[in-house]
Design a protein around this ligand. Sequence first.
Ligand SMILES: [Zn+2]
Length: 115
Amino acid sequence: MMTPFRGRNQPEESLRARILRRDGFRCVYCGSIHPDEELTLDHVQPRARGGDGSDGNLVTACQACNTLKASHPAWAFLADRPEQRENFLRYGTAVWERHRRAVVEAASRRDGSTR
Ligand SMILES: [Zn+2]
């Protein structure tokens, strides 16, 4: 299920347009460029887990990837998906450094333990 990205006083369209343009209409997870209508905004750290709607927490994701990721934080989603993780680190350059670091750390932690 996609998170409806709607807030009472959020300039939804312009924020979406800005993030999509920033990421070059490329899904940061599969690394493919998609037409506008197939793209969504994804919260790197989901709102339910304390993520907010600022630029460093938002990335462009295609509907397929966003559906897969669901409400997982990026680090959990990417822990056992090396290909998507590489794309995320390559294309999600506007993502906050701490989120990027969490992705890298979760992936290396995963070698030793589960979860
Ligand atoms: Zn994708």
